[in-house]
Write a protein that binds this ligand. Structure first.
Ligand SMILES: *[C@@H]1O[C@H](CO)[C@@H](O)[C@H](O)[C@H]1NC(C)=O
Ligand SMILES: *[C@@H]1O[C@H](CO)[C@@H](O)[C@H](O)[C@H]1NC(C)=O
Ligand SMILES: *[C@@H]1O[C@H](CO)[C@@H](O)[C@H](O)[C@H]1NC(C)=O
Ligand SMILES: *[C@@H]1O[C@H](CO)[C@@H](O)[C@H](O)[C@H]1NC(C)=O
Ligand SMILES: *[C@@H]1O[C@H](CO)[C@@H](O)[C@H](O)[C@H]1NC(C)=O
Length: 381
């Protein structure tokens, strides 16, 4: 009887310990056709993000006026240090101190700086190769933060799936690409484990879909069609969407080098609603909305991935606003959840937490308590 009681109580408290991934968005301060030569004002951006009930924001440029504009908003900030800064940061500790003096100390903790990425996709930075500076730059920033008594902001770096992971087919055969895997990623994972930080990855099912014409579009867009799955024949695990396959490829690669428990944050993901190369027909508003809706629904379901039940811890949608041109590499792709004039493009609720899901759990929990646990306790007494 007491064993029943134990399970009863354990089960009814279980859901308090599960937390859903936070959903955020990336904002780069880039001029738009509407604002012509200037980006939107920081105050406008922070109020827009609060109005959308988005709780997490990634700022790739870490512009101090933007950081300041999020003071007292409760919005979690994910700052990023541009790759071009890595050589100086790696070789000179006072550069690290200076960066903290100008980007963190004046604003923190009023602005809720929650994470700093040293560099973004360093393996994709050709013709310059910033990767040799990565680990020394991270160490310098870490030591400098400790010196200044800022102990609660985790540091990491952001990789792109394409230049880091060997394959997602099947996820169980994924590894880190070499030689970066041994030279850079292994020491990084060690640092992340020591400092309780997270592995950050840019992950675009859109790009994998475009390169693999045997992938059905519905599998990339979180659609529940019959036979819309892929099996990992090695592990016998069944996948219902491409996003989970890619996340599990990352988790497998970490496991191969002995670090399967480090939290994973998806620093960028999204689907363009237009632009791109001629014939890039999947970059359209209907697919973009399907992807974002499917992603949000999947994250709020709390199901995690087959290899990691608790799932990823945060996901940042790329990106807040369309801009006029985009970089040459981007070929004018429109990734925004808002158009250039800041009107909403999609009917997607990015607010964190799944209210319906959560309240259902509460009701189930209450029913369980009063219908089963409480009588059991009374009988035991
Ligand atoms: C977009 O590109 C055109 C031509 O390359 C340029 O003249 C214009 O200034 C760019 N607009 C923005 C907002 O960067
Ligand atoms: C921020 O969070 C605190 C505590 O949760 C709350 O009291 C405050 O009202 C929030 N502020 C805003 C602007 O949402
Ligand atoms: C390190 O950086 C500081 C501040 O930018 C600069 O004054 C100093 O000359 C640099 N030292 C070296 C050795 O480059
Ligand atoms: C990491 O987390 C563990 C367990 O939560 C804690 O004991 C440890 O002190 C943390 N380490 C750091 C460097 O924050
Ligand atoms: C904003 O831009 C979108 C897309 O370019 C357009 O469809 C819409 O009419 C614009 N809204 C306003 C208020 O200008």
């Amino acid at each position: 009887m007491s064993i029943f009681l134990f399970f009863c109580i354990a089960f009814s408290f279980l859901h308090f310990t599960t937390s859903l991934p936070s959903i955020g968005v990336t904002y780069s301060a880039v001029p738009t056709a509407v604002t012509s030569s200037n980006p939107e004002s920081p105050a406008k951006i922070s109020s827009t993000i609060s109005a959308l009930k988005i709780t997490h924001v990634r700022l790739p440029d870490s512009d101090p006026t933007l950081i300041k504009s999020f003071a007292f908003t409760n919005t979690s900030l994910f700052l990023s240090i541009p790759n071009s800064f890595l050589p100086a940061l790696a070789t000179n500790r006072s550069v690290a101190l200076q960066w903290i003096y100008s980007h963190v100390l004046p604003f923190y903790p009023r602005s809720k700086i929650a994470l700093i990425s040293v560099g973004n996709a360093v393996f994709d930075s050709a013709p310059k190769d910033y990767s040799p500076f990565l680990i020394p730059a991270i160490r310098n920033l870490h030591v400098a933060l400790q010196e200044l008594g800022v102990n609660k902001i985790p540091i990491s770096t952001t990789f792109s799936f394409f230049s880091t992971i060997t394959t997602a087919f099947p996820p169980s055969s994924a590894q880190f690409q070499q030689p970066a895997g041994d030279l850079i990623i292994k020491p990084l994972l060690q640092f992340l484990a020591q400092t309780n930080s997270s592995f950050l990855i840019n992950l675009y099912p859109y790009n994998v879909f475009r390169l693999n014409n045997e992938i059905p579009i519905g599998f990339a867009l979180f659609q529940d069609y019959p036979f819309n799955f892929r099996d990992d024949l090695v592990t016998g695990v069944r996948y219902f969407n491409l996003f989970d396959m890619m996340v599990d490829a990352v988790i497998t690669a970490m496991a191969v080098v002995g670090h399967e428990n480090i939290p994973v944050i998806v620093a960028e993901t999204g689907w363009p609603s237009g632009g791109g190369e001629a014939g890039e027909v999947e970059a359209n508003g209907i697919y973009a909305e399907m992807y974002l809706k499917g992603l949000v629904r999947h994250l709020k379901s709390g199901m995690g991935t087959p290899l990691r039940k608790e799932g990823i811890s945060e996901v940042y949608v790329y990106e807040l606003m369309d801009h006029a041109n985009g970089s040459n590499k981007e070929k004018g792709r429109k990734w925004g959840i808002l158009s250039e004039n800041m009107t909403r493009k999609y009917d997607v609720d990015f607010s964190s937490g799944a209210q319906i899901h959560r309240s259902m759990l509460w009701i189930i929990s209450l029913l369980l308590w009063f219908g089963f646990c409480l009588p059991l306790i009374l009988v035991n007494l």
